[in-house]
Design a protein around this ligand. Structure first.
Ligand code: 26Q
Length: 822
């Protein structure tokens, strides 16, 4: 007999070569001679997708079995990054595919660069959701991610004259080979209208919602394969479409344009991702988005539950639904409505099911980021849900009154309704009450959640708030981002480290091995050379791979203090001007990150970075000792280039403000040392790498709170520190603005008069830590030792560890092995 590999599933080089040609011809409709690079990319993507299909369908079918328990991750954002590389890695077919392409005269890396990354998220929270989806699959946990299929993801950033310019992200324009639409599983979502009471056939008094408008949700599924396992989970994103029968009623009465207009309005719901940190209040479309995807998700879950042959009073046994921040928190009211109004379940049972279904992750303490919706907006859009929120609150307030003897302070702080002025629904309170577990995202953050925003919930429900420290997937952030380092690890410990990152700990001894350190340095230098080349082409700036690469990449925000980093650059610049022969370690300062389009100060911070760069980079007196680079359009793809090339990771937020940070983990696992405050997960990173391998500075959270309480005055620091004064004065006189002393005035005035994030208070401590880092870098042997220690001790920050903790402590789900055959 002759074994013939199936063209859809075979992975021999010859089969792959044929499958590629086949897809190019039959899917793209092209001969190789006229095919574009994108045609080849799409043919390749379809070919890879074919090789996931059996596993994907087997996983999906398996989850319909009644005894399987599923995690659903509800998130307004999934910041996925490119699929192709991850799929090749996790399926283990990169090498034969590379070779098949080569034999067809094509280069895999070249085609991978064709993929438009799906930027369906803002930053940390969205990227965390993506890492968690990947880990869920790799750990063989049955899971579905639910979210919105935004037509426009996070904007693309261009830098013009040093300022950010936003360009719409048209990620779907060349087609998306990774998704499959399932219009037959569409659901309908209502908005607006009113409620009415009625008596049902059993004589029971019931409420029902008569929406003014309906929108159809169409699911688009994307496979998320685990690393070298058969599990392929689904990311199910919903697109909003007009309900034809509904909208085209107006067509019947001759109002054609009215009908088309209302179709357009319906489809607006999934049109665009909201950038964060903007004035978030009162954006009706945002609430529509949240309700839309959550209602779609819950209806889908109910359908799955009923097809698995179960009753709705055991819904929480089938599903554990995680609320990624409060963005999906309206789901608490929607699940209650679906169970009670649509499926006739009693309030008490529905409430038990709801609480046992949901768990809530908090990602922020910043008061301006806590979601609340005015009653008029909420009730106008979701009248039935407002009634349900009131009823939940009514019952809860009774309970609080009994427990706390009518304590009015307790009542007003725990209430789901903020009644201090105009009345609002507090989404964090709704999420907290409607869940059986609440978690923060790093140890410090979780403690602060207990002590501050959810203090009274913590007191009333001890043990309900816990910590699950964030993690990131080593498949993307090591294996894909840093193949050289990954190869070194595999050579030394075998490839098991990608399933168990703690295995890297066994490499610690090599930190004292000069030969290994030499190899380590060579790898880092090669990667830095690659980034230097990229910087040259993208920005025209020449940087040396032998300089210290000092990197801060993250969203631009005052609390993250990119401008503190700039104050340090100016300090070094000033020192070099005063003393041109000063012996300093040459440094390249690399920044990247987007500012919310409506956040003026953040946009000015970008201009500040680029303006200082323009002066420093072109000052002959400085030579090549300092370079400042702003990398435009920071995204997942660029992150994969940047983290591996960093020597020093800037994690310099005001203590108590950064919930966790996850970039800090990606840097450290790629061998960067951290300069940072005791904030978020920095605390836990420092505990692991040791005090001597971490450049610590700044006030701690308690000191920040105490200083603010005692009346912080930034002028005191300005007047008592000549170096700081010199730096501020230099900016103030327009030195970095071609003499324009107005340009950076809003920024400097804010620091001198308010400084809400305590830059001036932390300035000297930061400069001292930077000086220690410079000195340390000059001893390359010792720096390598510290770098190795950092990298090999980061096992804790694998998202596999985080997901295991969620599974054990919150979701109570177990792995399910999927068979490949059938
Ligand atoms: C809310 C309402 C209206 C419009 C936008 C928003 C919105 C969108 C996104 C509010 C916040 C976000 C994103 C928050 C976020 O990314 N938080 C980060 O989460 C990470 C993962 O836990 C942490 O590591 C970071 O510390 C935290 O800042």
């Amino acid at each position: 007999t002759v074994d013939v590999e199936d063209d859809r599933t075979g992975i021999s080089v010859e089969t792959l070569r044929r499958a590629l040609a086949d897809h190019l011809f039959y899917i793209q409709g092209k001969w190789p001679e006229v095919a574009s690079k994108n045609d080849f990319y799409l043919a390749l993507a379809y070919m890879v997708r074919d090789r996931m299909m059996q596993r994907w369908l087997n996983s999906t079918r398996n989850y319909l079995r009644s005894e399987v328990r599923l995690v659903t991750y509800l998130s307004a954002e999934f910041l996925l990054g490119p699929h192709l590389g991850r799929n090749l890695l996790n399926l283990g077919i990169e090498e034969p595919v590379r070779q098949a392409l080569q034999e067809s005269g094509l280069d895999l890396n070249d085609l991978m660069a064709q993929e438009e990354e799906p930027g369906l998220g803002n930053g940390g929270l969205g990227r965390l959701a993506a890492c968690y989806m990947e880990s869920l699959s790799s750990l063989q946990i049955p899971a579905i991610g639910y979210g919105i299929r935004y037509e426009f993801g996070i904007f693309d950033q261009e830098i013009r004259d040093g300022w950010q310019v936003e360009i719409t992200d048209k990620w779907l324009q060349h087609g998306n080979p990774w998704e499959i639409a399932h219009p037959q599983e569409a659901v309908t979502v209502g908005f607006g209208g009113h409620t009415e009471g009625y008596t049902d056939s059993d004589g029971r008094f019931r409420k029902r919602w008569i929406p003014a408008k309906q929108v159809k949700g169409i699911p688009y599924d994307t496979p998320i394969p685990g690393y070298r396992v058969n599990t392929v989970n689904t990311l199910r994103l919903w697109k909003a479409e007009a309900v034809e029968s509904f909208d085209f009623q107006s067509f019947n009465v001759g109002n054609y344009y009215g009908a088309v207009n209302s179709k357009v309005t319906s489809e607006n719901i999934s049109k665009v991702l909201y950038p964060n940190d903007e004035q978030i209040e009162g954006k009706q479309l945002r609430l529509e988005q949240q309700f839309f995807f959550v209602s779609c998700a819950l209806q889908d879950m109910i359908r799955i539950h009923l097809t698995s042959g179960r009753q709705l009073d055991s819904f929480h046994e089938k599903f554990a639904a995680q609320l990624n921040d409060t963005h999906p928190a309206v789901g608490v009211a929607e699940l209650m409505r679906l169970l009670i109004d649509e499926h006739g379940i009693e309030w008490e049972t529905a409430w038990e099911v709801t609480q046992n279904t949901f768990a809530y992750t908090n990602h922020t303490l910043l008061p301006e980021a806590l979601e609340r919706w005015s009653l008029s907006l909420f009730g106008g859009l979701l009248p039935r849900h407002l009634e349900i929120v009131f009823e939940i609150n009514h019952r809860f307030m009774d309970q609080v009154r009994v427990q706390y003897l009518n304590d009015s302070a307790k009542l007003s702080s725990l209430s789901l309704i903020d009644e201090s002025g105009e009345r609002y629904v507090r989404m964090a309170n709704l999420a907290s009450l409607g869940s059986h577990a609440i978690n923060g995202v790093a140890e410090l953050h979780s403690e602060l959640v207990k002590q501050t925003i959810l203090k009274n919930f913590h007191e009333m429900f001890p043990g309900k708030i816990r910590n699950i420290t964030n993690g990131v997937t080593p498949r993307r952030w090591l294996a894909l981002a840093n193949p050289r380092l990954a190869a070194l690890y595999t050579e030394k410990v075998g490839d098991g480290w990608l399933q168990d990152m703690e295995k890297l700990r066994s490499l610690e001894g090599y930190a004292d091995d000069p030969g290994f350190r030499q190899h380590w340095r060579q790898i880092k230098r090669d990667i830095k050379q690659d980034l230097a080349t990229y910087i040259q082409t993208r920005t025209g700036i020449t940087v040396s791979p032998d300089s210290l690469f000092d990197v801060q990449v993250k969203r631009i925000h005052e609390y993250k203090r990119q401008h503190l980093n700039v104050l340090h650059i100016i300090t070094l610049y000033d020192r070099l001007r005063q003393n041109p022969n000063l012996d300093v370690a040459p440094r390249t300062f690399i920044f990247g990150g987007k500012a919310a389009p409506g956040y003026r100060m953040a946009k000015l911070m970008i201009k500040f970075i680029t303006a200082v760069g323009d002066v420093v980079n072109n000052d002959a007196a400085i030579g090549d000792r300092l370079k400042v680079v702003f990398l435009p359009d920071y995204n997942v793809t660029l992150g994969q280039r940047v983290y591996p090339a960093a020597d020093l990771s800037e994690q310099i937020s005001t203590a108590g403000k950064e919930a966790s940070g996850t970039g800090n983990m990606k840097f450290s696992m790629n061998g960067a040392l951290t300069i940072g405050t005791l904030d978020g997960a920095n605390v836990e990173i420092r505990e692991l790498v040791g005090d001597e391998n971490f450049f610590l500075f700044g006030l701690v959270t308690e000191e920040v709170m105490a200083l603010k309480a005692s009346g912080y005055n930034p002028w005191d620091y300005y007047h008592s520190n000549p170096q700081l004064k010199g730096v501020i004065d230099l900016v103030n006189c327009g030195y970095f603005a071609k003499g324009d002393s107005e340009l950076f005035k809003p920024l400097i005035d804010n620091l001198l008069h308010h400084d809400p994030y305590l830059l001036l208070a932390d300035y000297q401590s930061y400069i001292d830590a930077q000086d220690r880092a410079s000195t340390a870098y000059q001893d390359q042997e010792d720096w390598s030792r510290r770098s190795i220690i950092n990298a090999v001790r980061m096992g804790k920050f694998s998202s596999d560890r985080s997901i295991r903790e969620y599974c054990e402590q919150i979701w109570h789900v177990k792995p399910v092995q999927i068979e490949l055959k059938e």
